[in-house]
Write a protein that binds this ligand. Sequence first.
Ligand SMILES: Cc1cc2nc3c(=O)[nH]c(=O)nc-3n(C[C@H](O)[C@H](O)[C@H](O)COP(=O)(O)O)c2cc1C
Length: 200
Amino acid sequence: MSNPAPVQYPVNDLIKNRWSPRAFSDKPVPKEVLQSLFEAARWAPSSNNEQPWAYIVATKDDAENFGKSLGTLVEFNANWAKKAPVLVIAVAELAFAKNNTPNRNAQYDVGAASLQLSIEATARGLVVHQMAGFDPETAKEVYNIPQGWEPIAAMVIGYPGDASSLPEPYQSREKAPRARKPIREFVMSGEWGHTADFAK
Ligand SMILES: Cc1cc2nc3c(=O)[nH]c(=O)nc-3n(C[C@H](O)[C@H](O)[C@H](O)COP(=O)(O)O)c2cc1C
């Protein structure tokens, strides 16, 4: 299933077609595809080219680690994420490696890398669903994540599945129209709260 964004202005198809479904096929993701997804993340821009990201990947054929990652998710997410072939935890290094001062853009950079991965996935017919609904402390514990590194988000990666196979409330959400604020609400110029002319 696809669910293209009803855009207000033209954008390229990858942006339009990226979305976050909860229905996944059980088709595994080939190793070569995983390599390309993380290669896409690798080439994201980052503050000072620090690349403050790490990804902990668990594929379904690795039952022990898949179980560890699934166990970090809140129940609402685990219920649908358990069907997917790949679970990922995105982790940020909170200080600059070279001088140990705080990197206030670390989470921003991890988000950029993860979105770059998501766009590459879209181009290859996969879907990625990011999740805040997981327990970072459990992730730190089960994966021995060192001090100074913070789990930021979990992600599900796989091929799209059949929305009608989802139980409620997931199925209705899957079929709901996609929505966003109009650009006039967040594109400003001159002073805070003044919509930029081109965005009106
Ligand atoms: C950082 C982040 C955290 C999210 N957390 C969850 C989550 O815990 N559970 C969930 O089902 N969706 C989660 N989502 C998915 C969002 O709900 C989704 O991206 C948003 O509704 C827009 O839909 P779209 O991605 O299909 O355009 C998260 C997305 C992001 C980027």
